[in-house]
Design a protein around this ligand. Sequence first.
Ligand SMILES: C[S@@+](CC[C@H](N)C(=O)[O-])C[C@H]1O[C@@H](n2cnc3c(N)ncnc32)[C@H](O)[C@@H]1O
Length: 270
Amino acid sequence: MSRSERPPLRVLPTTLWEYPSQHYDWRDAEGRLHTMQGDKDYAGATPSWVIWQLLMRYTRETDRVVDPFCGSGTTIDVCRSLGRPVKGFDLAPRRPDILKADARKLPLEDQSVDFVFMDPPYSTHIDYSDDPGCIGKLDAGGDDGGRAYYAAMTKAIAEGHRVLKNRRYFALYVSDSWKKKKGAPAGSGAGTFMPIGFELFAIMRKHFVPVDIITVVRQNQKLDKNNWRKTAVEENFYLRGFNYLFIMKKVDDVVQGVGAHGTTPSRPSR
Ligand SMILES: C[S@@+](CC[C@H](N)C(=O)[O-])C[C@H]1O[C@@H](n2cnc3c(N)ncnc32)[C@H](O)[C@@H]1O
């Protein structure tokens, strides 16, 4: 069945981002309609319009974009729709245009790219691959207090900083997480909350100047189908209703107080 074309995207004016679908429609130079970026059946795919919004504000046409956790290739497809040169890496590449690499050790020169976008695993909630290096195997609420997960993410963020040119932008899309305590009585709400967003923000702050924090509202219809909303109320836990989108800037030519000292340099222009 044919459907009507979705309206063109517009750059959003506020820090609360919401869009009714995961993907957007666009037409290429030959007039062909493209209705999907990445793979709609891939668990954990980034909403493509989120990446579109970022590229419209923080890149220009010739800017080189990199996604070290490329998954189903959403960033690559969004870059194609906007004419940005792009490289996507993943430990478990699903398409030939995604290169196999660990986000902690990218095959890229220092300061060689203009924008880094990452949507990493948020603890262990999705089984991405059997690769032992998969960060999705590390529990942010595990017995080690999440040390292994945050150590891995510290390396991936530092690598993003290494490959990024000075005065260019870095964005990280992430959600907090919660897991029920094993054997907890129904309705007790006993479990472990993992404030992954704030923890990763603190790690990024050591390398970057914060530009802004966006709340991206999640409209997951699968939750309704699987009765999850009802269960969350009955069992006294929260479903994740939003993702953070942290936007940072590499500013290595200004002496920074780096958070802990409470001073932030004024935001320099490009
Ligand atoms: C949330 S998904 C990314 C989704 C992607 N942005 C998309 O729209 O399809 C996280 C990805 O990180 C990958 N991954 C996990 N550990 C990794 C590592 N150490 N280096 C590179 N990729 C890794 C997983 O294989 C998975 O594809």
